[in-house]
Write a protein that binds this ligand. Sequence first.
Ligand code: GLN
Length: 545
Amino acid sequence: MNVQTKFIFVTGGVMSGLGKGVTTSSIAKLLQLADRTVSCVKIDPYLNYDAGTMNPVAHGEVFVTEDGGECDMDIGNYERFLNQNLTKRHNITTAQVYSSVIESERRGKYLGACVQIIPHITDEIKRRIRVLADGDMGADDMHGKAPDFLIVECGGTVGDIESLPFLEALRQMRFEEGPQNVLFVHVTLAPELDVVGEQKTKPTQHSVQELRRIGIQPDFLAVRCSNPLGEKIKRKIAMFTNVTPKDVLSCHDVQSVFEVPQMLYDQGIMDSIFTKFGSFGMVNTYANWERWNAIVRGLTEPQGPVVKIVMVGKYVTLADSYVSVNHALRHAGAAINRPISIDWKDSETMTSDSDLAGYDGILVPGGFGMRGSEGIIAAASFARINDTPYLGICFGFQLAAVAFGRSVLDMYDANSTEIVPDTEHPIVDLLPEQRGISDLGGSLRLGSNEIHITEGTSARRMYNGSPTIRRRHRHRYEINEKFIPEMEEGGLVFSAESDSGRRREILEIPSHRFYMGVQYHPEFSSRPGFPEESFAAFVRAAAGL
Ligand code: GLN
């Protein structure tokens, strides 16, 4: 392993939802702005092998990496903050760790030993982290180079049974790598309860006690609070926790998560990190900061008139279930200096066209199964008939084709076989190799694939003339070849394909202001300052530009 790699471990205290992911990404961003190479890892102590089978309404979006990992949405946050591709190995779960250990045991690798959490499980956790520090399996775009810093976020809250083996492994790593190579950041909360607004320190005290009980002394505390943490409070927390007052960092509410790196920087976190790691001589980072701050300003202070987008989908009750789509819309808005408002409509309960009137653009994101599909088909037809800009992603692409078949080609029962298996007009259907697969986990078409775009189409113009692009997928069903000639005669154009023409990737209606469907997930490729092209084009059209 490259001895230079330094580890920063981020743990959580008090309760979930305090923004460990934002703290992790922000620290990584600061180090990147200081011209260091970084990579981030998310540990999820749950027993699912990956996030693929988890309900997005309960757990947030399933984020897909280039190599086809179905990951926790924090991986998406890291990618967006760092503008860097990660891999499925950057999301470690309990199931992956246990599966490897059990598999090794069955192969007889432990030579008669009694297999235990310590050392076998903890060794496997450390191995997985070190492999990423090695760079062999590092971020896609680091080409096998070891990162200068590996920031590891441990999901869950200290005190949880599930996260104990992971925290134990991290504790051992500080011991093995040496304290000069490992730092711990603990994220806690200082609530303001009474009318006077006094910030309470007790939850932080207890949480750090719990962490120290299992042998981890944090180097930094990132304290979530609504207002900036007072100096007196910082000193009080410091006294109870053995963390220097200047390393007790206020993480108060800000308008955008992208402002957090600056907030931490202003409190001196970088000097502290470099001092603790014993490396001085920071590089001049002015140009990097200027670029990043310009991007943040674009995202937080767009000036022009609001572009009103409605999202019609199935998992609309939790804002996090389409978090990458929301971000991608804002990246696209920032590029034309327009704020975006996003309303969500539940495609299951949407009753009439008036639900969709008055919006500048209609977006249908991905989805699965029958529930709510008729609402999506209605929305796709509404957009087509009313010349409202439409972007359909995955399910929104497939059902736009179904809607077209039904109303333009009079195939009244047209459908996807995912919804009605014996429909007479299966416009969306399985390819032969997907038939007979019964497992839900990991059996979709996943990850990045090459897509070929037809010359002379809007899609080709949208992608700045590129004949090929690579985008990430997560689906099982496909447009059925059989119906393509008829649909094209009716005015629909399939303007991109993949897999030697076996799969259709983009549909468009040239006579429409903007009507696009994409089989891939463009939202996973959109980054602050670099909006994905289909989002950029959709938002421009919705803004009337
Ligand atoms: N349910 C569809 C399929 O499996 C679409 C998937 C999606 O929207 N991610 O192909």
